[in-house]
Design a protein. Structure first.
Length: 423
């Protein structure tokens, strides 16, 4: 699997462009707005409305929000079908409220447009057609079946109704503007972060390729250089040549330059990843951990724990794994006090990697947002490191979670199926 395939990025963005948190916030706004409007209509305007049934419908939205908050992680990005289901629920809930409050005669019936507009902005054509068709059916049903509002005996609409139409239009414009802006903003942030992620991995791939080419060049040039040294040593030992000081001086100069070439090749052979295992084709996860720790570490200690080591396998080297682990380990080193702990549990079918440090753990106000772009609290970056790592691991088929230990130390847990590590 290659992350450089544009199709993968497109699929990833399309299947997770909308955050669950955004929908939850908007639904809370809708709940408050619906409750306030019904109470004003009942007790100030004096309309005959069944408060019990109306608040039962509103409670359904509250219940869905609470379920989403407690069951799903707040930073979850919704795939297309889940997003459609959320919009469909909001549409049906609104339809029930409209049925109880005058049907299409209710000036707020225009809010039926909101889910359709959102669907058209984010979902494929087929799903938008499905939601639009359901909306049309709801409109047709509400045109004939609804609990009428007592607006007077004459057909002429009262002033209060005209006021309601104006108010509803204003509120609808504001609501749809907020609705569209929040989703568009979320989309832009994730799209920009994915672009940065792609650029970072391309840079990592270039570094790997340069390192491999350097190691190959050093290996290929080493043999002829050794031959040159053998001949130069023989020439230095030749007594006849040593009698001529000019020739002897040139031979020594030639040997010194050859020695310089040897030192240059030695540096080239020291691959940036310090790996020479079949040009990085097969590696151990433990080696990648040590390499990344050495790369970013200054004065911290690595405590590497390997469980069920007899099940350890060599995996195919991938830039995705290297960069993802590097970001997480760098973050652990930055927030640690004295040491970083990496626990590798080699199970028969999967590998579990736990990376923790002795720092203060994840802050409570951001732990649910980890994996989202642009949440960094320091001035050293945009908070894209964890976002990039999370996307790389999940695009490979792995799972990643963030939590604090009982001692309030940060833990990042990665779960890989052994089969995907060798593909």
């Amino acid at each position: 699997m290659s992350i450089y395939d544009v199709g993968i990025y497109a699929q990833s963005a399309r299947n997770g462009l909308v955050r669950l948190r955004t929908l939850i916030i908007l639904r809370w706004l809708a709940v408050v707005g619906q409750a306030v409007t019904i109470l004003i209509s009942k007790f100030i305007i004096g309309l005959q409305i069944d408060l019990g049934l109306c608040f039962l419908a509103i409670s359904a939205s509250v219940l869905i929000n609470l379920i989403a908050i407690f069951i799903f992680p707040a930073n979850r990005r919704l795939p297309e079908r889940d997003f459609l289901a959320m919009l469909l629920f909001d549409l049906i809930q609104l339809a029930v409220l409209l049925y109880l409050t005058g049907g299409l005669n209710n000036p707020f019936s225009i809010l039926i447009l909101a889910p359709v507009i959102t669907s058209a902005s984010y979902l494929p054509a087929l799903l938008t057609v499905i939601l639009s068709s359901i909306s049309i059916i709801i409109i047709l049903v509400l045109n004939f079946y609804f609990v009428p509002l007592n607006l007077g005996n004459q057909f002429i609409l009262p002033t209060i109704y005209n006021f309601g139409v104006v108010t509803s239009l204003i509120i609808t414009v504001i609501f749809i503007a907020i609705y569209a802006y929040l989703f568009a903003s979320s989309s832009r942030n994730i799209s920009n972060a994915l672009s940065v992620s792609k650029l970072q991995i391309l840079n990592q791939k270039k570094i790997t390729e340069i390192g491999s080419l350097s190691a190959a060049a050093a290996h290929e040039l080493g043999t002829p250089l050794n031959t040159i040294f053998l001949i130069l040593n023989d020439l230095i030992k030749d007594k006849k040549l040593n009698q001529d000081k000019t020739i002897s001086k040139d031979i020594k100069l030639l040997k010194s330059q050859a020695e310089r070439c040897r030192q240059i090749l030695k540096k080239l052979s020291q691959n940036p990843l310090k790996l020479k295992d079949k040009f990085l084709e097969k590696v151990k996860i433990s080696d990648l951990i040590k390499i990344n720790f050495d790369k970013f570490n200054k004065n911290k200690k690595l405590n590497l724990i390997e469980i069920n080591e007899e099940n350890q396998i060599e995996i195919i080297f991938k830039d995705e794994i290297m960069y993802a682990l590097g970001n997480i380990i760098q973050n652990a080193i930055f927030h640690s006090t004295k040491f970083v702990i990496v626990e590798l549990n080699y199970l028969k079918k999967n590998l579990i990697i736990k990376i923790s440090d002795d720092g203060n753990g994840f802050a409570k106000d951001i732990i649910d947002k980890l994996g989202e772009p642009y949440i960094s609290k320091n001035n050293r970056g945009m908070g894209l490191g964890i976002f990039i790592s999370k996307n790389l691991i999940e695009n490979m088929g792995g799972k990643i979670s963030f939590y604090n230990s009982k001692q309030s130390h940060a833990i990042v847990e990665i779960n890989f199926d052994n089969s995907i590590l060798n593909v």
